[in-house]
Design a protein around this ligand. Sequence first.
Ligand code: ZN
Ligand code: ZN
Length: 354
Amino acid sequence: MRDENGWLPATMQAVRFDSVAGTLTLDEVPTPTPDIDEVVVKIVACGICKSDVNRIDGVVRPRMPVYTPGHEAAGVVAAVGERVVRWAPGDRVVMAAGRPCGECATCRGGAGSDGCTDLRMMAIHYDGAWAEYAVTSATSLVAVPDSLPMEQATVLSGAVSTPYGAIDTARLRPAEAVGVWGLGGLGTHLVQLARVCGASPIIALDTRPAARELALMRGADIALDPANTRLESYIKAITKGRGLDVAFDFVGRARSFSQARTVLGDRGRLVVVGTSLDVDEAGPEFALTRNNQTVVAHTGYRVKHLEDLVELVERGRLDVSASISAVLPLSRVAEGLQRMREYDGNLLRLLLRP
Ligand SMILES: [Zn+2]
Ligand SMILES: [Zn+2]
């Protein structure tokens, strides 16, 4: 296809997951073309997220029988729809992992992705970006300055934006005491972002020594093993008796939830990040209504968060250069998945390059 926009090949390479057959293949498929409000992005890099692995491994059931995984992508605009004025071919962009439904009340009122109450998710409701090209809504893109490498931009849309969104949900203020349960990719970046936001002290908790070590390097003041029987008194001592102002639970199990709740101070906020919390298991949250405490569930992030992160990286406030473990060609996707399955403790962010 050729138009004033630029040139799109008729077909492209894409990793396709067939959830019925359980197969992952690199296929030649039609290249997407933009609808009036859409943009087609030539992918430069796309992360492999634990959630991609979980769908491929059958831990989480995919919605589409056959689809292209990948939702942490950056690239260059290749073609835009007729009504798109903000983007032009050649623009460097990072893609938000969701797009507005176009039908809810806020969408009809003209709000972008951040207002939509029924956000469609990349690689869940529509094809993702383990491919040479991907299409999304024009409102789901954020510009990437020339000074920011594309690989770092992909990390912002993955393991950095969700913890940043969680910090916003918690309304974290400078000098507040923060505890972070679970130091995977999200939790470790939360430690780093809490430092940027002025949290003090920052207490990182994980059973894995390597994960605790990394959290200390990324800005935690102290790292503790949650299996430690004196945990509660340690945290009280570190916070000078106040307890935590904000606890972030990235583990989402009864144990982490009740530990975090126990060491929460007056007006403390417990933010459970992700959706794995088993509420029955965790017990009645009514206990939290005492002491003006709040429990907030948080998932994902808004486009504004992605814009904030680009600003922080561009000005040198936030450094994510160490957040990329390896860049693999699409043809080595199986190896990438295997490395994700085997990872332990150390932060692992793998990208695929079409
Ligand atoms: Zn992800
Ligand atoms: Zn909507």
